[in-house]
Design a protein around this ligand. Structure first.
Ligand code: ATP
Length: 349
């Protein structure tokens, strides 16, 4: 049986359809990312599961228990979930210890755990996030990363049945973000808490999640592993949002694709979704393309184009090549591929 089951879930805000027929099945211990652009409904979905928002229709069941069914909601406190928000939501007058202790002081948790057990749980949570030396500090005495660790400890201390996180790292700088991604993975390996994690950052979602729900305009575009979303997107939106793939026009000839206006070129179509075949297009990622200067390409294969921009980024070089009437992005690790205004052929690796 699935741990979290969502069926035909919808949510309207006036005329805005924030959630449109959402169907999801999540297994115990899974780390699930909800990924999509601003306004696609990620937070609405998370808040519906948390119980902060009343859906318009549909069903949410967790471990067989109705969270939302036939228009009736289970109160937030009875869902026993842990929540981490974007802006930490720490109280300035409370120490680290007091924050982490706080959820254990609810009347429900006092009934569930005796005082010895509660002390053990608090010590364990503080150790888990490596803040046991910082118990007495106040939020203004902590770094951004440490604040987020407090929020994380507070969310997991009462052993919630599921952990919900809404853009928890978006207030941190890139370096700290990387460290915290690593931390969240380590903590998930230890706690195995079933997790729903909202982000608009595809690399964060790929790094963290077992599976990713890709949302667009209130609907699920694809729910799959990071590997499958990257290699086998089902729709142009997923291809573009997850891996910045470009859609190349041309013709499918069985399992082979012939790009328009190309010389002696066909691309293999293994695993390419039916949508692209039906619409005579091929999704190609920037790192799948390479540049061959026209004069060294004796057999003249590939898409004919002109380099419009070249950006040396250190580890790689980013080219913009005008070909097929559009600008193609190409990420190359070669030392020398060509210069701006040079005529080139674009090939698929
Ligand atoms: P972001 O990444 O910007 O937080 P999101 O994917 O989390 O976006 P939601 O916050 O779920 O998106 O919003 C989905 C849609 O519902 C948007 O069109 C938004 O404007 C609308 N919406 C959300 N909350 C409300 C509200 N309380 N009242 C009216 N409209 C709302």
């Amino acid at each position: 049986m699935g741990e979290l089951k969502i069926e035909q879930l919808s949510k309207y805000f006036g005329n805005t359809k924030a959630l449109d027929n959402i169907n999801i099945n999540i297994k115990k211990n899974e780390f699930i990312a909800i990924l999509g652009p601003s306004g696609c409904g990620k937070t609405t979905l998370l808040r519906s599961v948390a119980g902060f928002l009343e859906p318009t229709g549909g069903l949410i069941k967790f471990q067989g228990e109705s969270f939302f069914e036939n228009g009736r909601s289970l109160p937030v406190e009875e869902r026993q979930l842990g929540m981490v928000f974007q802006h930490f939501a720490l109280w300035p007058h409370m120490t680290v210890k007091q924050h982490v202790e706080y959820p254990l002081k609810s009347s429900q948790n006092k009934k569930r755990f005796d005082s010895v057990r509660r002390k053990e749980m608090m010590d364990h949570a503080l150790k888990l996030v490596e803040l046991d030396q910082f118990e007495k500090r106040y939020p203004h005495e902590l770094s951004g990363g440490q604040k987020q660790r407090v929020a994380l400890a507070r969310a997991i201390v009462a052993e919630p049945r599921m952990l919900l996180m809404d853009e928890p790292l978006s207030a941190l700088d890139a370096h700290l973000k990387q460290i915290m991604v690593h931390e969240i993975k380590r903590i998930h390996r230890l706690t195995r808490a079933t997790t729903l994690y909202v982000t608009h950052d595809q690399s964060e979602a790929m790094a963290l999640a077992d599976r990713i729900i890709v949302m667009n305009k209130g609907k699920i575009e694809q729910f799959d592993t990071p590997h499958n979303l990257y290699h086998y997107p089902n729709t142009p939106f997923v291809a573009n949002f997850v891996s910045k793939a470009l859609l190349v026009d041309g013709n499918w000839e069985g399992e082979q694709f012939r790009p328009a206006n190309s010389e002696n070129t066909t691309w293999a179509g293994k695993g390419i979704a039916d949508y692209f075949k039906r619409n005579q297009m091929y999704p190609v990622r920037p790192e799948e393309l390479s540049i061959v200067p026209a004069q060294t390409n004796e057999k003249a294969t590939g898409l004919r184009g002109t380099i419009k921009d070249k950006q040396f980024l250190g580890r790689e070089t980013r080219y913009i090549v005008y070909a097929l009437g559009k600008e193609l992005e190409i990420i190359s690790n070669q030392m020398q591929d060509g210069e701006v205004d040079q005529e080139v052929f674009v090939a698929k690796r």
